[in-house]
Design a protein around this ligand. Structure first.
Ligand code: SF4
Ligand code: SF4
Length: 372
């Protein structure tokens, strides 16, 4: 961490610890009150615990133009981005937008070339129906191998990075099942993204920031798509049922609902990012975040289009485009905002352990009431 960022982070901890006005807003302030001196790992932890709701910024008398120049959301956004880089296994290539566009074009072109070489151009312009229709364009074995490896790459690298982060920030002592449950609940409901209960403020009297709603649509949309793929895999290997499936079947229903969430959620997040005041930035690379959100929405939209036109001659080309976008998504995933998910969960886990642990001055036999 640069000396400047470390200094800003430590100053923030010292001032907020003395002030404590915001301790009811989110988990960050009680967490920093438990620190005597913040190490770089502590600052990484606090930054990933911050959900960038912006509430503290509007509450703070020391925010700019005050001489203290205390800017909590922005400082944490910088430290958060630095933490993702610090624990990453591979350095991020420069230019997230160019990388995303290049990955989408290249992956689609490579898949198209593979289909042309393996099956010839004729398969691309005729309708394929019945069980195995998709695999007449690209074989099942090729899909499983390619996307299995891409999945391991896309999700494995961020998870390994988060594991390194967890090793650096984890509290001493065991992490019990109750802590895992509480951290999971906090993550699933985004407890810290409610601006202390009033919603994410945007500088107006009536906050219109809908980031939590669109984040939920994105996250649960992703989970439903993952469920659809998992169930389809079980159908294929356990029941011998070959895709495509009828519209009422679980993989199609889950995939359709998930796809809708993954179109509306990421596009909504892009709009919210544009409407947000610049001082409430929640990332060091908003353009890269937009590119990632748009790629997610494109993957989902192409999947829905494929579903709607799967019995027509448009299916083969749509399949190639959809699979190319999915492949691109997996390839760039380790360097996208996706990292915030496992990092934030690790921070929530530490927070849960700390806030339910007996304090030194308390009777160790009595667990304190859960603090926010
Ligand atoms: S952000 Fe400002 S108002 Fe809130 S605790 Fe820190 S110093 Fe106090
Ligand atoms: S979650 Fe919101 S209130 Fe808490 S530190 Fe971050 S911006 Fe401030």
């Amino acid at each position: 961490m640069s000396a400047d960022l470390l200094g800003r982070g430590r100053t923030l901890v010292r001032i907020c610890n003395a002030c404590r006005y915001c301790e009811g807003l989110c988990a960050v302030f009680p967490a920093l009150e438990r620190l005597r001196e913040a190490s770089p790992a502590d600052l990484h932890h606090l930054a990933n615990l911050c959900h960038a709701c912006g509430a503290c910024h509007f509450a703070c008398p020391f925010a700019p133009p005050h001489d203290f120049d205390l800017h909590v959301p922005d400082t944490f956004a910088r430290i958060r981005a630095e933490s993702w880089r610090a624990y990453a296994l591979l350095p991020a290539p420069a230019g997230a937008v160019v990388l995303t566009v290049a990955a989408a074009l290249l992956a689609t072109a490579v898949l198209l070339a593979a289909v042309l070489l393996a099956r010839g151009p004729e398969v691309l312009f005729i309708a394929h129906t019945g069980p195995g229709a998709f695999y007449r364009v690209l074989s099942h074995d090729a899909m499983v191998t390619l996307f299995g490896l891409a999945f391991l790459w896309g999700f494995g690298l961020p998870l390994l990075a988060a594991l390194r982060f967890w090793r650096a920030v984890r509290p001493g002592g065991p992490v019990g099942l109750a802590a895992w449950r509480a951290a999971l609940r906090d993550a699933l409901v985004l407890r810290n993204l409610d601006g202390g209960g009033a919603g994410c403020p945007d500088g107006t009297d009536a906050p219109r920031d809908r980031r939590r709603l669109f984040h939920h649509l994105t996250f649960y949309g992703f989970l439903l798509c993952f469920l659809a793929t998992s169930v389809a895999t079980l159908y294929h290997y356990l029941l011998g049922r070959i895709a495509p499936y009828p519209w009422w079947d679980l993989p199609v229903v889950a995939g359709t609902l998930g796809g809708l969430g993954l179109v509306v959620g990421p596009l909504g997040l892009v709009v919210q990012r544009r409407r947000r005041l610049s001082e409430l930035r929640d990332s060091a690379d908003p353009a890269g975040d937009d590119a990632f959100s748009l790629l997610l929405a494109l993957v989902a939209a192409s999947g829905l289009l494929l579903l709607g036109l799967r019995a027509t001659p448009a299916m083969p080309l749509l399949l190639v485009v959809h699979l190319g976008l999915v492949l691109a998504l997996f390839l760039v995933l380790p360097w996208t905002r996706f990292s915030h998910a496992p990092f934030r969960f690790a921070a929530l886990l530490r927070d849960t352990v700390e806030r339910t642990a007996p304090r030194e001055t308390e009777d160790p036999g009595v667990l304190p009431a859960t603090r926010r």
